[in-house]
Design a protein around this ligand. Structure first.
Ligand SMILES: [Zn+2]
Length: 120
């Protein structure tokens, strides 16, 4: 496997792009163990461009792949990491980016809440 191209950014946790580049929060440099786990996670995504079940499942099981306590600590200390969970965010290197997986999660959450209102 060739070394991935890693770009350090100020927001979010990590994202992999079509061209193979991984953008990762520079504050993770202070958490080498967590950083390795996150890069491994990103590398294990498929190279498929479109949304697919395999990548979606891979994200759903992320809690088994990384040290959650450490991630929690990291997010408390660096709240800029929370932009990771937005369906749409602004990247200084890429402009506006839509995160398809996050979008689906939000659609599911909003649908469940909406359904709750309809029923009760
Ligand atoms: Zn992922």
């Amino acid at each position: 496997m060739t070394d991935p191209k890693i770009v350090y950014v100020d927001n979010g946790i990590a994202n992999r792009f079509k061209d193979g580049t991984i953008e990762i929060n520079r504050n993770l440099l202070q958490y080498p163990k967590l950083k390795e786990q996150i890069i491994t996670h990103e590398l294990n995504h498929t190279k498929l461009d479109k949304l697919n079940k395999k990548d979606f499942d891979h994200d759903l099981t992320i809690t088994d792949q990384i040290d959650n306590k450490l991630l929690f600590k990291f997010m408390i200390k660096h709240p800029s990491a929370l932009t990771q969970f937005l369906p749409l965010y602004y990247s200084s290197t890429r402009g506006w980016v839509i995160d398809a997986n996050e979008s689906i999660k939000w659609i599911v959450i909003i649908s469940i809440i909406g359904l709750g209102f309809l029923i009760f």
